[in-house]
Design a protein around this ligand. Structure first.
Ligand code: NAP
Length: 263
């Protein structure tokens, strides 16, 4: 198993992509900390995966420095180490540019971008200390988006946060490269989670997404978990500072593709 004896923290892991990554990592042999703000869902998610391996839930609002510090301390207390951090927690607030509230802009940026910085810094301090003590370097994976490059006009703070995630990935990768600590990101396209729930009941929205997806289907959370498992493993030992797009072909596409009536 490629992650045997590794300890991984995954934020925003009660459901969706984070949950799929937690499941994949625990199946690959890692000890997993599932962190989230929804304690009931988080505990239920950890209970759900308990039969597969070692997993625990810790409350952490990634935008709160003290929560992050506590998450790192509790993980070290329980498992004695942290090898992998997945900065997955993220929210979307939709609003037209002229109507967008300052508070909503701040809230999205503080969770999606500052949260990833706070978690990365706290975990990297442990990882660097370990390397300096002769231990193995760890790795950090940021959940970015195709919206780090392309954009949606009524999702301003979200797109700005994901654009920032690209630069956070590069700067952190460069800062930590000399320790052998790798930092990469995944850029999912449209993945079937609650973030995309409205699409299920809105054929026009689904059609719009498929017309921008050459593979003509919405992705599954497990398909993002597979990329995370690769980046976390030693198979990616010379990969750092990259964002791997997992988007069914959206990024190379100019214009749209025709969506067959039966899709
Ligand atoms: P999701 O189903 O909405 O799950 C996000 C999880 O993060 C929820 O459990 C949520 O808890 C938690 N969370 C929210 N705020 C938090 C905070 N401050 N601290 C810790 N956890 C927090 O979303 P998803 O679709 O799985 O997306 C996961 C990541 O992938 C996000 O970064 C997203 O931007 C990215 N992504 C998703 C897609 C897609 O199509 N789904 C595409 C590109 C990128 P609550 O339920 O309590 O809010």
């Amino acid at each position: 198993m490629s992650l045997e004896n590794k300890v991984a923290i995954i934020t925003g892991a009660s459901r969706g992509i984070g949950f799929a990554v937690a499941k994949r990592f625990v199946m690959d042999g890692a000890k997993v900390v599932l962190a989230d703000v929804d304690d009931e869902a988080g505990q239920a998610a950890a209970d759900d995966l308990k039969s597969l391996g070692d997993i625990m839930y810790i409350h952490c609002n990634v935008a709160e420095r003290l929560d992050v510090r506590n998450m790192v301390a509790e993980t070290l207390n329980a498992y004695g180490d942290i090898d992998i951090l997945v900065n997955n927690a993220g929210i979307v607030v939709g609003a037209d540019f002229l109507e967008l509230e300052e508070d909503d802009f701040d809230r999205v940026l503080s969770i999606n971008l500052k949260g990833a910085f706070l978690c990365s810094q706290a975990v990297a301090r442990h990882m660097v200390e370990k390397v300096e003590g002769g231990g193995e370097p760890g790795t950090i994976i940021n959940m970015s988006s195709v919206n780090s490059v392309i954009a949606i006009p009524n999702q301003i703070p979200y797109c700005v946060s994901k654009g920032g995630m690209s630069q956070l990935t590069k700067t952190t990768a460069l800062a930590l490269a000399k320790y052998g600590i790798r930092v990469n990101a995944i850029g999912p396209g449209s993945i079937m989670t609650e973030m995309l729930a409205s699409v299920n009941s809105d054929p026009a929205a689904r059609n719009r997404i498929l017309s921008r997806t050459p593979m003509l289907r919405i992705g599954e959370p497990s398909e993002i978990a597979g990329v995370a498992a690769f980046l976390a493993s030693s198979d990616a030992s010379y990969v750092t500072g990259q964002t791997i797009m997992a988007d069914g072909g959206r990024m190379p596409l100019n214009y749209t593709v025709e969506v067959p009536a039966d899709q």
